[in-house]
Design a protein. Structure first.
Length: 276
């Protein structure tokens, strides 16, 4: 049997984040071969992942960040099973490392993000290793990004909710971006403006409006008109530009943006929330 030193165990622990005893056992099994021991730990993680596949992973962290040039913003959700693991230093450090990777490489999709290389292994493989370390199922289920003339990112306290958005112009005060990002976080709009709402949502709201009016005993020939009125209310409450501005309910978000710059537009936004 190979003579495994404490220094070798510590080196493997630092490289993989696995526990000391797991590292020692892997080195013993690999007869001191460092790379082989890493593979053994990865396989251990894969086995744990398989065992935990049927478990719910509704806790975790949501994180958003913009690049230094404010042209690209990334937003993702890393899930785990318990709040205890989500608040663990290793989990938080790992999540921050993933964000740094996203900001450096600017991926344009979840699969591209998972395929990014970190120390010779891709993101998906590193997540598997974290499963082996924590014993909990983990899932990088959501990744969003925005590219624009200027972007903004907002992380709500506790990292359970975050938003990103893009503006049509650069040179906008960062506080304006923060206010709109917070609006999106608080009010959860379904689209930027009413013309951006999908036909599926519109049809659903019209049907709901008709059903509500019918239950209220309204005449059948009035149902369509009543439903359209309710749809307009839905647009006002659920589209970003038509919502009352949270910081000043006397104006809409559209009016607030016009007060900053009459040509300023929101080009896109994304919002992620744990459990949603």
């Amino acid at each position: 049997m190979a003579n495994i030193t404490a220094a070798e165990v510590n080196k493997l622990r630092k490289a993989t984040g696995a526990g000391m005893m797991d590292c020692k056992r892997a080195l013993v099994e690999a007869e001191g071969d460092f790379e082989k021991s890493i593979d053994i730990l990865r396989k251990k993680g894969q086995k744990v992942a398989s065992k935990r596949a049927d478990k719910d992973a509704n806790e975790g962290m949501v994180m958003a960040k913009a690049t230094d040039d404010n042209k690209y913003a990334a937003l993702f959700m890393l899930n785990c099973e318990t709040d205890f693991v989500a608040k663990n230093d290793d989990f938080v450090t790992f999540t921050n490392k993933l964000m740094a990777l996203a900001i450096e490489n600017r991926p344009t999709g979840l699969d591209a993000f998972k395929a990014l290389d970190v120390d010779g292994r891709n993101v998906a493989e590193h997540i598997t290793e974290m499963v082996g370390k924590t014993g909990e199922r983990m899932d990088l289920a959501h990744f969003e990004y925005v590219e624009a003339d200027q972007v903004s990112a907002y992380n709500h306290q506790g990292n359970r909710l975050a938003t990103i958005l893009g503006f049509s112009k650069s040179g906008i005060d960062s506080e304006v971006g923060r206010q709109i990002a917070m609006q999106i976080a608080a009010m959860n709009p379904v689209a930027i403006d009413k013309d951006d709402v999908s036909q599926e949502i519109i049809d659903k709201e019209i049907e709901i409006g008709k059903d509500q009016a019918r239950e209220e005993g309204k005449a059948e020939d009035l149902l369509e008109k009543i439903a359209m009125g309710k749809l307009n209310k839905f647009f006002k409450e659920n589209t970003l530009l038509n919502q009352a501005f949270v910081r000043d309910s006397k104006m809409t978000v559209k009016q607030y943006l016009a007060s900053v710059d009459k040509q300023l537009k929101v080009t896109s936004f994304k919002r992620l929330m744990l459990g949603a």
